[in-house]
Design a protein around this ligand. Sequence first.
Ligand code: HEC
Length: 234
Amino acid sequence: MRAVFAALALAVAFAMPHMALAQGDPASGAKAYYICYNCHSLEPGVHLTGPSLAGLWGKKAGSVEGFTRYSQALQAAEFAWTEQTLDAWFKDPKALVPRSTMILRNMEHAGVRANLIAFLKIALGPGGRAEVVAQGLLSDEHAMGRVPKALRDAAPDRQVTGIRHCGDAYVVSTADGAETLFWERNLHFKTDAGDRGPRPGHPVLVEIGSVGDRASVVFASPAELALAVEHTCP
Ligand code: HEC
């Protein structure tokens, strides 16, 4: 009996090889891409949390030039990106590549994946960023990805001139003469040594979240972190 079912399943699979990958609609797929924009750019060489997806169609997995934060697992993967592998990746990245690190939710619907892949066929093809904008599928801003703001020329109220730790608070002084208090759990310390980071020696205060009680201080290098905070209470 089991053999009969197996044979039947096989026959169905062969009769309808494309059943699982129905033709998708790129315009609907572009909407599904909004979540990807948080971590990926379609501009070549622009790497965010994830690598630039420019020109990825047909390319070997884990091989985008200049992206240095791949998991070992994805780097070692031996397949190329096609309709089939992308579908498996979006369905469950860790099932396709165990120990890979991309976090993705809400892609269990095959129709949603088919639409997304129809969109990606254009977006990940030659000149994809310009093409999706030209076809009216995606705004140029979304095609570029959520690139953090450049911090070189921060306004005085963002330029950090001193940081003190006292009790459970950080007191952050800025170039406009203000002092702002943060609960120590709400102030994040970050670095950006790249083009978009602050100038050396000029850390910048950046608000995070929408409530107004959380912020990051971004430094130009980790070496600056060690010298940044004084432990004094008035
Ligand atoms: C939270 C951040 C995040 C989101 C959201 C995200 N990705 Fe990723 N993506 C990553 C990271 C990180 C990697 C590298 C994973 C690794 O190295 O294991 C990756 C890898 C990939 C790869 C393989 C790249 C390569 O060079 O082989 C593809 C394709 C991809 N993502 C497409 C997408 C698409 C399309 C979406 C939206 C449906 C999406 N990602 C959403 C972070 C994200």
